[in-house]
Design a protein around this ligand. Structure first.
Ligand SMILES: *Cc1c(COP(=O)(O)O)cnc(C)c1O
Length: 386
């Protein structure tokens, strides 16, 4: 990069936003051997590694059941299908989020209802949820059936408060932990904080595979059995019986084999993310609004996200020095063309709107060394004082 050259040694080579090569270098032998074993046994669909991974995932987060599937989006879809959610049902979710929860609800004919977030954790505001549920109930056209809190950037949502609202209105809580797998709230691991939890193994997520993958966690035996059937075309006890309309939602054996190796070092990677987040916080506090973990929470630090005034300008200055940043998400869901039809004019989400204009995520992964991190920090400070 010529501009980097001219700026001297401080602006060296481009930095990756998420560096999967660092992890690969650490466990390449183990992953290659695991892949080779699958190539040799040849059970590419529902091979032994799938069940083995599910046992390990359940043990990791203390859940009774872990049911792997083809993606985080399929995990959401499978849960809503298993709960029989469809036409006439309202599914509440934050408007400041990835579209997968809205997509799953809308594909089943249900109505996504968008709710504002709180500025501290970027997550669902339970008061805004309460108001939205009451409004839906007053109108009487839809039944309030489910709420999908999203643990944005790896920060667990305020589950106790959300659960209280859900219980009062007979709704199921489906935690979207795609960005927060490994996080804890009051000592409890994400995976057991809601009635049912989903996560994603997309490569850049805290625990990622080498393709698409996802998982559902629950303590509920009956729900688990239904989801296991749904991910296999609705298969019954006999493999030739189809007792419900399902999908092809399985995780590949190869991805399961890779995830077993990655899960073995995941705890250590979570500790590294925490260390890196702490260092960002110490160096950027007072310079920019840094993310604060609320009391009792141990985030998974899927992303490290600042709130800035001149966000786009800062991002451009960093980009010019080979420092990538990302904006999750520049537009609230209720303003997206696909979901506008679900957003009544009365919807107000001032916190989400403000965040959409001002969030900026910095490079974050367990293999970010301190020299690179300090280069990023230096560039952020320079950009903010420019
Ligand atoms: C990534 C993500 C998903 C979807 O996961 P996929 O595995 O990509 O389908 C859902 N919700 C959130 C919050 C995500 O970040």
């Amino acid at each position: 990069m010529i501009a980097g050259h001219l700026a001297g040694p401080a602006a060296a080579s481009p930095i990756p936003f998420v560096d999967l090569a660092g992890q690969r270098a650490r466990i390449a032998d183990r992953i290659d051997a695991a892949i080779h074993r699958v190539l040799e046994h040849g059970a590419f669909i529902m091979g032994p590694e799938v069940g083995d991974l599910e046992t390990r995932l359940a043990a990791f987060c203390g859940a009774r059941h872990a049911i792997t599937c083809a993606s985080g989006t399929d995990a959401l879809l499978l849960v809503l299908m298993a709960k029989g959610i469809g036409r006439g049902d309202a599914v509440f979710m934050p408007t400041f989020s990835f579209p997968a929860p809205a997509e799953a609800a809308a594909l089943l004919g249900a109505t996504p209802v968008f709710v504002d977030v709180v500025p501290e954790t970027f997550n669902l505001d339970h008061q805004s949820l309460q108001a939205a549920v009451e409004s839906v109930e007053r109108q009487g056209r839809l039944r309030a059936r489910a709420v999908i809190p999203v643990d944005l950037y790896g920060h667990p949502a305020a589950y106790p408060a959300v659960r209280r609202v859900a219980e009062d209105h007979g709704m199921v809580v489906v935690a979207d932990a795609a960005q927060s797998f490994g996080a804890r709230l009051a000592g409890e691991r994400v995976g057991t904080l809601a009635d049912v939890t989903v996560t994603s193994f997309y490569p850049a997520k805290p625990l990622g595979c080498y393709g698409d993958g996802g998982c559902v966690f629950t303590q509920d035996d009956e729900l688990a059995a239904t989801i296991r059937s749904l991910r296999l075309h609705g298969q019954g006890r006999d493999r030739n019986d189809f007792v419900r309309i399902g999908i092809n939602g399985r995780l590949d054996t190869l991805q399961a084999a890779i995830l077993i190796e990655k899960l073995a070092i995941f705890e250590d990677e979570l500790a590294a993310r925490k260390r890196i987040a702490k260092r960002y916080g110490e160096r950027l506090r007072g310079v920019a609004k840094t993310p604060a973990a609320v009391a009792d929470a141990q985030p998974a630090w899927g992303y490290y996200t600042l709130v800035l005034d001149r966000r786009d300008e800062v991002a451009a200055r960093l980009q010019a020095q080979g420092i990538p940043t990302a904006v999750y998400y520049p537009k609230t869901l209720h303003r997206q063309p696909a979901y506008r039809a679900f957003a009544p004019d009365t919807i107000v989400a001032p916190v989400a709107e403000r965040l959409a204009e001002s969030v900026l995520s910095l490079p974050m992964h367990p293999y970010l060394d301190t020299a690179t991190q300090d280069r990023i920090v230096g560039a952020v400070i320079a950009a903010l004082s420019a």
